[in-house]
Design a protein around this ligand. Structure first.
Ligand SMILES: *Cc1c(COP(=O)(O)O)cnc(C)c1O
Length: 366
């Protein structure tokens, strides 16, 4: 399956039920995360005969779906997550959208879905944010979260790749992830479940990986932890990642250590950007297998001084404690580490236009 060769032309149908200024401002004053959606969405359709076609911005609303649509039965679905940021001058920008486009293409390959070109992906974001620009909040650390996704919409119960696929983009205003300051989290080590295996879908951004993480995530909550950490599925001794975030350890000499991406880990764009920023500042970065013992012994000996998780939604989240069925590492009352906080500040400064963008990471949308 190949991407359409020509850029798609979008049509726009304005919503008749768009919220008025007062309603929208009330939502933007306390948007939370993933609760409220803007007035419009993007839809593009693919079928085996025509490729990608009918690119539209339409009023946000329910998707009519046949009960036999194969996504409902065999989970042939992938998604992305990125944000639109309002800068002080009112302009609206997004961060490394070509990276999301490329990752959606890699996810599409793995789930045997059709690829959407980088150009059409970025244009779909641009079109939606242009129509719903008033939904990009301006308070500190707020953003408009963008959720592109693609799924098998063909109604057919046979097990094969769908010949009809839909792509959508929806947008949701997001409040500051941490209210009242950055709070380090506790994470739970899942020893009964893994997230991905060799040759599986771990490197694809697909709902199925999240479905597999929900039970261990619930176990994490039961143990008073906010997130779950998964180990490799073969030996059960190498750390991989959290349900939806990558992980870094900081060594006392300032080096960053993060598990290498060998097919079972989702290659985060935040992860990649942190590696670049750390190297810019002369920090060594080691991408390699990391055992749970290295973490445990490193914290005990003082070799490991900071731990943090990262992803688009929360940017960088300091990790204070790791709980396992057998032992606990760290101190819940410990403050966030200095390098953790300076990397977070630098990255958000670039995203919000408060610092020069030396790597050309930002794309203006409006
Ligand atoms: C999306 C995601 C991440 C983080 O990726 P970013 O591009 O940094 O947002 C990490 N792990 C998983 C499993 C994910 O789905």
């Amino acid at each position: 399956m190949t991407a359409t060769k020509f850029p798609l032309a979008f049509t726009t149908t304005p919503s008749q039920r768009a919220r008025d200024d007062a309603e929208r401002e009330a939502i933007l004053a306390d948007p939370g995360f993933g609760k409220h959606f803007t007035d419009h969405m993007v839809q593009i359709t693919w079928d085996i005969e025509h490729g990608w076609h009918d690119a539209e911005v339409v009023p946000y609303g329910p998707i009519p779906m046949d009960p036999a649509a194969s996504v409902l039965h065999y989970a042939q679905e992938i998604f992305e997550g990125l944000k639109a940021y309002r800068h002080a001058d009112g302009s609206v920008w997004t961060f490394r959208p070509e990276r999301n486009a490329l990752r959606l293409q890699r996810s599409a390959q793995r789930l045997n879905l059709p690829e959407l070109s980088t150009e059409d992906f970025v244009e779909s974001i641009r079109q939606l944010v242009a129509v719903d620009a008033a939904w990009v909040p301006s308070a500190p650390e707020t953003s408009l979260y963008l959720r592109p996704f693609m799924y098998a919409s063909e109604s057919f119960l046979g097990v094969r790749s769908a010949q009809k696929v839909d792509y959508r983009v929806i947008a949701s205003p997001a409040g500051a992830y941490f209210h009242g300051g950055i709070k380090p989290v506790s994470i739970w080590l899942s020893t009964d479940y893994t997230r991905a295996g060799r040759g599986g879908m771990g490197a694809a951004k697909t709902g199925g990986n999240y479905a597999a993480s929900l039970l261990p995530q619930a176990e994490a909550y039961e143990h008073g932890c906010q997130q779950v950490l998964f180990l490799d599925s073969v030996e059960g001794k190498y750390i991989e990642e959290l349900g939806g975030m990558n992980l870094f350890l900081v060594r006392h000499d300032g080096a960053l250590i993060t598990p290498s991406t060998s097919g079972t880990i989702l290659e985060g764009i935040t992860r990649d950007s942190i590696i670049q920023l750390a190297r810019d500042h002369g920090h060594a970065v080691e991408e390699r297998p990391v055992t749970i013992d290295e973490w445990r012994e490193g914290v005990a000996s003082g070799e490991i001084t900071e731990v943090f998780a990262c992803g688009t939604a929360a940017v960088i989240t300091p990790v204070a404690v790791l709980k396992t069925p057998d032992f606990e590492i760290g101190d819940a009352s410990a403050p966030a580490g200095a390098l953790t906080m300076s990397l977070r500040e630098e990255l958000t400064d670039i995203q919000y236009g408060r610092r020069p963008d030396h790597h050309d990471w930002m794309t203006r949308l409006v």
